[in-house]
Design a protein around this ligand. Structure first.
Ligand code: CO
Length: 134
C-alpha cells in the first residue's frame, strides 16, 4: 500500500537555527522558511537525494506541535510521511484493519498542497504517520 518515504518531519523550537545546522553543518539544500498559519507551523524543506526533511516550528497559539516540544525540548522526529496512490482508498483499507485516522478522517490539504491524513501513533509502532497522495 505505502510507497516512497516522502519526508521525515522534525519539530524544533528555532527553525532558523535548525535550518543552519542542515545547510551549514550538513551541507544540505535548504528552502526558505514558510509560515503556514492554517497548519499552525512554519516549515523549512530540506531536499536530499532520496527524500526530504521537513523542519517544523510552532506558529501562533495552539500549534499542533507545541505539546510535542514541551515533551521534547531539544526537538525530535515528529512524524514520517509515506506516499499513497489513492488516499481515500488507503484510509478505508487501514480503517478496515482497525487503524485510527486522526481528526474527522477526511483528507486535508497538507504543506505540499496535496491531500494528507494522519494515523494514530499507537497503531503504528509509536510513530505518527502522515499519508500523502502522490
Ligand atoms: Co509532514
Amino acid at each position: 500500500m505505502i510507497g516512497r518515504l516522502n519526508h521525515v518531519a522534525i519539530a524544533v523550537r528555532d527553525i532558523a537555527k535548525a535550518a543552519a545546522v542542515y545547510r551549514d553543518t550538513l551541507g544540505a539544500e535548504v528552502s526558505a522558511a514558510t509560515a503556514q498559519p492554517e497548519h499552525g507551523v512554519t516549515t523549512v524543506f530540506i531536499t536530499l537525494p532520496n527524500t526530504k526533511i521537513e523542519l517544523l516550528e510552532p506558529y501562533g497559539e495552539g500549534s499542533p506541535i507545541a505539546k510535542f516540544l514541551e515533551r521534547n525540548p531539544d526537538g525530535g522526529i515528529h512524524h514520517l510521511c509515506y506516499e499513497v496512490d489513492d488516499i481515500r482508498a488507503a484510509r478505508d483499507a487501514l480503517k478496515g484493519q482497525g487503524a485510527r485516522v486522526l481528526g474527522d478522517g477526511e483528507p486535508k490539504t497538507g504543506a505540499h498542497g496535496k491531500p494528507v491524513l494522519f494515523l494514530h501513533p499507537k497503531d503504528f509502532c509509536g510513530t505518527l504517520v502522515e499519508l500523502e497522495q502522490a
